[in-house]
Write a protein that binds this ligand. Structure first.
Ligand code: NAD
Ligand code: SER
Length: 307
């Protein structure tokens, strides 16, 4: 049985469905602290900070693999730094510890471009760079990467991880990140509304379409163990764009669409992240390849977002 934590989130909702297609609906257990309305699939309420309950869920459901998505994201995280550290880092540590105790086959941990900071090379950011993140979210994920590496080396735990860029999809809404604008903008465009973007027009960030993120995740998890040579977290890339560049791409389809730029506290976070990522290790070690660029992603979003 596969356990997904944080399964109600932007990625969790979509990844859980994909895992059910791949492994059978009865073989995937969704969990979160809240439940979506009318959710009828296999589900357990699970606060990742409740070790006793997590232990029980893993044992009762004979869990063999975990996709540990539960977290508080970059922007929301700044409102409550200690809680963010607790959920993101102590939640992960509890999961890794129980994964060893229960001899789980594999654990997936999503890291992020937020592990990079102002001292990181901004263009084509290499895999191996000193990590000095500016947010508590980035701090918790950077430290989490080190714990994953440690558990792999010390306990031979098969833990695998990706540094996701900002994820864009039509199936679910984002949950408090700095890249959320790149999803919100489509809803405004399709509603015929002006969009107020919370980042400057020229802030370029690494981004990825949900379809690519799902394939990257499942390919990583299915890859032969010996091909996974990086046990902290793999750089992963697809496209990079700025708010003005995505606006112009949407305007090719909706010429009247208007955007104004009113940067808020999220600008400082975005400015500390990198522009583009060197993911050559993911490409050579386990065959990562992206499919969606800006043009293809915008077309697909405009065809599929429901308002
Ligand atoms: P999200 O905020 O949409 O969802 C996170 C989920 O975690 C929520 O449903 C929330 O209820 C749950 N959660 C929070 N606290 C919890 C707790 N104590 N116990 C159990 N569940 C708890 O996030 P997402 O965008 O779906 O991201 C999923 C993972 O991917 C996260 O670990 C995030 O750091 C990572 N990630 C996401 C992006 C992105 O652009 N979406 C980019 C990089 C990394
Ligand atoms: N998209 C995420 C965020 O903005 C990056 O991890 O927080």
């Amino acid at each position: 049985m596969i356990l997904v934590t944080g399964a109600n989130g932007q990625i969790g909702q979509v990844l859980t469905k994909r895992l059910r297609q791949l492994h059978g609906a009865d073989n995937v257990l969704a969990s979160d602290i809240t439940k979506l309305d009318n959710y009828t699939e296999k589900f357990e309420f699970l606060d990742i900070l409740n070790k006793h309950r997590l232990n029980e869920v893993i044992g009762d459901h004979k869990i063999t693999q975990v996709y540990h998505l539960a977290a508080i994201l970059s922007a929301s995280g700044e409102w409550n730094p200690k809680k963010t550290w607790n959920v993101n880092l102590n939640g992960l540590l509890t999961m890794l510890t129980l994964a060893v105790d229960h001899k789980l086959e594999k654990v997936f941990f999503p890291s992020t471009i937020a592990v990079f900071g102002n001292t990181t090379p901004r263009i084509n950011t290499p895999q191996h760079v000193p990590l000095l993140p500016e947010t508590v979210y980035g701090m918790s994920k950077a430290t989490g990467e080190n714990w994953c590496n440690y558990f792999n080396k010390r306990y031979d735990l098969d833990v695998r991880s990706l540094r996701y860029p900002g994820i864009i999809g039509y199936q679910s809404l984002p949950g408090g990140g700095t890249t959320d604008y790149a999803v919100e903008i489509f809803y405004a465009a399709l509603r015929g509304e002006e969009y107020t973007c919370f980042l400057n027009e020229d802030t370029r960030l690494p981004m990825m379409y949900m379809a690519d993120a799902l394939r990257g995740t499942t390919d990583l998890m299915e890859a032969p163990k010996e091909s996974i040579q990086i046990r902290s977290s793999y750089n992963l890339a697809a496209m990079s764009f700025s708010p003005i560049e995505i606006t112009r791409e949407i305007q090719k389809h909706i010429p009247d669409f208007k955007v104004k730029f009113e940067p808020d506290f999220r600008q400082e976070i975005a400015s500390s992240w990198t522009e583009s990522i060197d993911d050559s290790f993911a490409r050579s070690h386990w065959g990562w390849n992206h499919e969606y660029d800006l043009e293809k992603m915008v077309k697909d979003m405009l065809e599929n977002v429901t308002i």
